[in-house]
Design a protein around this ligand. Structure first.
Ligand code: BTN
Length: 279
């Protein structure tokens, strides 16, 4: 783990307009996983609001035990430590706040309208721009602490063959995108990070005041209204995604009209049900 990096901490301090989120923010050049560092800090007693940012991760983790890769200096890779007074069943609302805040900050700094894909992806025109990895420790029925990790593709070109081949990730071609690819210009990561933390703090304050973000989150979810297949460890549910629960479960109406709630998995859009369209 090293603490030289290409982020300009002085510009960041000047841009940061939060009261407690991102105070402090620690920048590193290379770490294993920012989520792992944030867990270690939490176990050592670090206060809520700590943000860990890295230029590069050597063991970045994604959902469902996948790895998360980004070339050095090209992405926003961060983890945020929270210690909310929150019942366990509302823990899922923390990642809703971060997904919404990321979309709002991107819109504010670049003008791009970003969608969310259930449960934790940032998407644009069907391509994945980033993802969230939310992890929590519980004390009985309460959240003890939560780590919200975000990987956002900012200044990298997923359509350049060498980029993905070098990482052994050719299957991402055509499925992933970055902000720079969409805008045709590089994006200032510092300004985006400061906007993201401010947007998150506003959402988080409202959550702590008792407001649920699930309806705003649902309104951003591209997944809703689609006929989808949700796959998890060998099994799959198929149905029309009709809504979300306050805790973040996806409500699926199956072909018989029965409703099911799914809590995890990979979503693939299917064509609408019809005589020739059986999944
Ligand atoms: C996913 O889409 O599967 C979630 C990806 C989350 C990646 C971020 S990068 C920063 C933080 N540290 C990690 O090890 N993972 C998250």
């Amino acid at each position: 783990m090293t603490d030289m990096n290409s982020f300009d901490a002085e510009s960041f301090c000047a841009a940061l307009a939060t009261r407690r989120i991102g105070r402090p923010t620690r920048f590193y050049e290379r770490v294993g996983s920012t989520n792992d560092l944030a867990h270690a800090a939490a176990r050592a007693g670090a206060a809520e609001g700590l943000v860990i940012v890295a230029d590069e991760q050597t063991a970045g983790r994604g959902r469902l035990d996948r790895r998360w890769w980004a070339p050095p200096g090209a992405a926003l890779l961060l983890s945020l430590l929270l210690r909310p007074d929150l019942p366990a069943e509302r823990a899922g609302q923390l990642s809703m706040c971060l997904g919404l805040a990321a979309a709002e900050a991107i819109e504010q700094t670049t003008g791009l309208h970003i969608g969310l894909k259930w449960p934790n992806d940032l998407v644009y025109a069907g391509r994945k721009l980033g993802g969230l990895l939310a992890e929590a420790e519980f004390a009985g029925a309460q959240v003890q602490y939560a780590i919200l990790g975000l990987g956002l593709n900012v200044n990298l070109d997923f359509d350049a063959p060498a980029v993905l081949a070098a990482a052994g990730l050719d299957d991402l071609r055509g499925r992933a995108a970055s902000l720079a690819m969409l805008l045709g210009r590089p994006v200032d990561r510092i300004g985006l990070l400061a906007a993201l933390l401010a947007a998150f703090e506003a959402r988080y304050d409202r959550l702590l005041a008792g407001e649920s973000p699930h309806l705003a989150w649902a309104a951003r979810l591209d997944t809703l209204g689609q006929r989808v297949r949700v796959a998890l460890r060998g099994g799959a549910h198929i149905g029309v995604a009709t809504g979300v629960t306050p805790g973040g479960g996806l409500i699926l109406a199956d072909d018989d009209g029965a409703e099911h709630v799914v809590w995890a998995g990979d979503v693939a859009a299917l064509r609408p049900a019809g005589p020739d369209n059986d999944a």
